[in-house]
Write a protein that binds this ligand. Structure first.
Ligand code: SF4
Ligand code: SF4
Length: 479
């Protein structure tokens, strides 16, 4: 099965229960954003820009858990910001598991290995041969250092009693990967991130964690590269993938124009372009473990229309329940039911090709339309069977030919996008490392985060120094 049976059954039960009760609107997935702070400043990310004035704010743990109870979605996607920066992330995961929900931790992957070392330190016992065998395999794969292995072996009582994130079939690491090395590092505006994501995925698989990836497709994303990326990830035994077209939401659009001097249409997809990019999505769905419904895939490929059901994937964050959807903000509400009652849902979406709101015109994102496929809006005969067959059918086998993909086609082979900028800095008597650490420390000072706490940097959307580097790259590209 594409998804473990217990999880598929849980979601199916939830939908059937509400259908029988004729509940007009209900939640399937909660997008929980405990904070908006992030260690990266990805091009196209509206979150760190839209909430740039509240980056230091966090949703208290009890409010996060209450939000999940409030909407009662069977799945919770913990996102942000970077959720692994949230100081109570372990307690949040534990609390949601206690509520018997399916959890996705949507992460950029940079702190995953640290969290998994914490897990190892908590469980390690020298008399258990499987624990030492984990360390041996991780050392052999260069996924931990000798020093880290020693720290795990000699973990103290505090490390043993720490609440940690443990492998369970109810939880997935959901790693953000937007392409192969060059593309991904360019989009996240930092070299080495792809490499770290791959290392984290490998470590997670060795330790028995379920691991998925999520990909946003932009105008510049090459279809062949997406296919290569799925092949490569599948060869790493990644358990599944979500994929969604990029959306030109206001905050990202403004940022694009101001910071990068780009026009939104240079970067984001129109509906027509989305359909071209996703023409092969059904074929990919057969070959790779793409999550979602075949009905949504038909919509992406331009074979049918769907009506937006953004209320089924609500977002809760530092300001409350965000309406109408994950992307657009017309208001925040204190409760999920209050939001359902007060928002005029028929003002949004695209019906029969006509946008009810101009901002929805090019939107085909999964958080607006994937649930529509599961909930039977725009139902066509055979849809239920199609969805059932896809999700209860056999999981595609790992695609081992993907090992031949040249995934490390960027900084690993000296083709990093910051290389020209580094050369320019060097000629000015500076080093890349110096520039990077200065950038990093400045970010830390601005967010008030501690160096030890985030172990690798924490962005707040002010990327002026990075922009200087990017501007130099742009100049080099144009030369
Ligand atoms: S990892 Fe990138 S896309 Fe995700 S919140 Fe951070 S900046 Fe945004
Ligand atoms: S179509 Fe739906 S998900 Fe997309 S922007 Fe409009 S309200 Fe949001």
């Amino acid at each position: 099965m594409r998804f473990p049976l217990a999880l598929t059954a849980k979601i199916a039960r939830h939908i059937i229960k509400h259908k029988l009760r004729r509940t007009p609107k209900f939640a399937l997935v909660l997008q929980l954003e405990p904070l908006h702070t992030c260690n990266l400043t990805c091009t196209g990310c509206g979150r760190i820009r839209e909430y740039s004035t509240s980056l230091k704010d966090m949703v208290p743990l009890e409010n996060c858990l209450q939000a999940a109870m409030d909407c009662d979605a069977p799945m919770v996607s913990i996102c942000g910001g970077e959720p692994l920066i949230y100081p109570k992330i372990e307690e949040l995961v534990a609390g949601l598991l206690e509520q018997k929900r399916i959890i996705y931790i949507c992460t950029n992957g940079m702190f995953m290995r640290k969290k998994m070392r914490d897990y190892l330190a908590a469980i390690y016992h020298s008399s258990n041969p499987s624990h030492e065998s984990y360390l041996t395999r991780l050392l052999a794969g260069n996924l931990i250092t000798e020093k880290e292995a020693e720290a795990i072996r000699h973990a103290d009582a505090a490390a043993h009693s720490k609440v940690v994130i443990r492998p369970t079939q109810w939880m997935y690491w959901n790693v953000h990967v937007d392409g192969l090395e060059f593309t991904h590092d360019l989009i996240v505006e930092r070299e080495g991130v792809f490499k770290e994501c791959v290392a984290a995925i490998k470590m997670a698989k060795i330790l028995g964690f379920q691991t998925a990836t999520n990909t946003t497709v932009y105008k510049e994303t090459e279809v062949q590269e997406l296919e290569d990326m799925f092949g490569f990830l599948s060869s790493l035994n990644v358990d599944g993938h979500t994929i969604s077209p990029g959306y030109e939401y206001d905050a990202a659009k403004k940022d694009m124009v101001k910071r990068l001097g780009r026009q939104p249409e240079d970067f984001f997809l129109t509906r027509k372009m989305t359909r071209q990019k996703f023409a092969k999505i059904q074929e990919w769905g057969e070959k790779f473990t793409i999550f979602g419904t075949p009905v949504y895939q038909e919509f992406l490929a331009g074979k049918r229309e769907l009506t937006c059901t953004a209320w089924a994937i609500p977002t809760y964050n530092v300001k409350g329940w965000k309406a109408p959807c994950y992307l657009m903000t017309d208001g925040h509400y204190d409760g999920y039911q209050e939001m359902l009652a007060k928002v005029q849902w028929d003002k949004y979406g695209v019906v029969d090709g006509v946008a009810r709101d101009p901002r929805c015109e090019n939107c085909m994102v999964h958080c607006g339309y994937d649930p529509s496929g599961a909930l039977g809006t725009n139902y066509q005969r055979g849809d239920n069977w199609k969805n059932f067959k896809y999700n209860f059918g056999a999981k595609p086998k790992p695609y081992y030919a993907g090992r031949n993909v040249q995934a490390f086609n960027g900084v690993s082979i000296g083709k990093g996008h910051l290389a020209p900028a580094a050369a320019a800095l060097k000629s000015a008597g500076l080093t890349q490392e110096g520039a990077d650490s200065e950038f990093y420390i400045r970010q830390m000072q601005q967010t008030g985060a501690s160096l030890n706490h985030v172990n690798g940097g924490c962005g707040n959307g002010d990327t002026s120094q990075r922009d200087e580097l990017l501007a130099k790259i742009g100049a080099n590209k144009d030369a």
